[in-house]
Design a protein around this ligand. Structure first.
Ligand SMILES: NC(=O)c1ccc[n+]([C@@H]2O[C@H](COP(=O)([O-])OP(=O)(O)OC[C@H]3O[C@@H](n4cnc5c(N)ncnc54)[C@H](OP(=O)(O)O)[C@@H]3O)[C@@H](O)[C@H]2O)c1
Length: 268
């Protein structure tokens, strides 16, 4: 169980905070006492006749409002992670508004579902830009403030089981998540000396828009969890520093079993 107030005094940025897994982590961080910066593109609700409205709906303003109603503190920042100016602005606005950055979750992601022969080049480029370039530039722009604070911190990204296994029609997505894993595990080594943890969290199969609008062949046997299934693991990861837990690719379903409180960090 998460300990009440364990993120008090910390400032967290979550990309892809408008819906799904990202929204759930924003609410969980705020419930644990963090001030939360909710970042993604959607500021206004989609029209009610939009496809998959139950899953596709959600805005950064709604997430921030839900946090405020629950007694927490949040800032909604419009941010397209394909735009480096937006990412720089996200870091700047966070420091300006809350004075520091302690926790950063690179959660925004897109799917790329197509056999290679039919793959649209624009979709491939977008997947690379959102799933790899964006998360790396996010680190580029948040790290100077985190390093200067000298108190350590925690960064993690949301990967997928697809980064480690063949999934039919998902060459582009798998490749992007495998590259993301490698990038973040490498950044972990770059910032270890600053006591900043960098980890890679795989959430399992989660009931969100990404899952509902697609039809991922070969995943039907995997149980589908609700977005809040990630909360406990995410809050614990957010409390970590390089000296306690870093450079790990971990599965949400193994939290408390193979990693987590009272379980030693695997040797390097
Ligand atoms: N659902 C699963 O089973 C599953 C499994 C493994 C991994 N994942 C990963 O989990 C993460 C969250 O996905 P989800 O399942 O919660 O899907 P989702 O409901 O589709 O949410 C995706 C989020 O990413 C944001 N996003 C997309 N493109 C963006 C961009 N260019 N700039 C900023 N934000 C952007 C979206 O916000 P806006 O549209 O408002 O920008 C949205 O908040 C993704 O990285 C995904 O790959 C999901």
């Amino acid at each position: 169980m998460a300990v009440a107030g364990e993120l008090r005094g910390k400032v967290a940025i979550v990309t892809g905070g408008s819906r799904g897994i990202g929204r759930s982590m924003c609410l969980a961080f705020a419930a644990a006492g963090a001030q939360v910066v909710v970042a993604s593109r959607t500021e206004h609700e989609p029209p009610p006749d939009s496809p998959f409205i139950k899953y596709g709906s959600g805005t950064i303003n709604d997430t921030a409002q839900q946090i405020a109603v629950a007694g927490g503190e949040a800032l909604a920042v419009p941010c397209d992670v394909t735009n480096s100016d937006d990412l720089r602005d996200l870091a700047d606005r966070t420091v300006k508004h809350f004075g520091r950055i302690d926790i950063v979750v690179s959660n925004a992601g897109v799917d790329c579902e197509s056999p290679v022969v039919d793959l649209e080049e624009e979709l491939l480029d977008r997947t690379l830009t959102v799933n790899i370039r964006g998360p790396i530039l996010l680190c580029k722009y948040v790290l100077p403030a985190m390093i200067e604070q000298k108190g350590g911190g925690s960064i993690f990204c949301i990967t997928s089981g697809a980064s480690q296994a063949y999934r039919e029609g998902r060459v582009g997505y798998s490749m992007s998540k495998a590259a993301l894993d490698r990038a973040y595990l490498s950044i972990a080594e770059e910032v270890r000396e600053h006591d900043i943890a960098v980890n890679v969290l795989s959430p399992g199969r989660v009931d969100t828009w990404m899952n509902r609008h697609g039809d991922w062949p070969g995943t039907g046997h995997i149980p589908m969890e609700q977005p809040d299934s990630i909360n406990e693991a995410a809050v614990w990861l957010a409390t970590q520093k390089a000296s306690t837990f870093t450079g790990q690719r971990i599965e949400r379903a193994e939290f408390g079993i193979n990693w987590g409180p009272s379980i030693p960090m695997p040797a390097r």
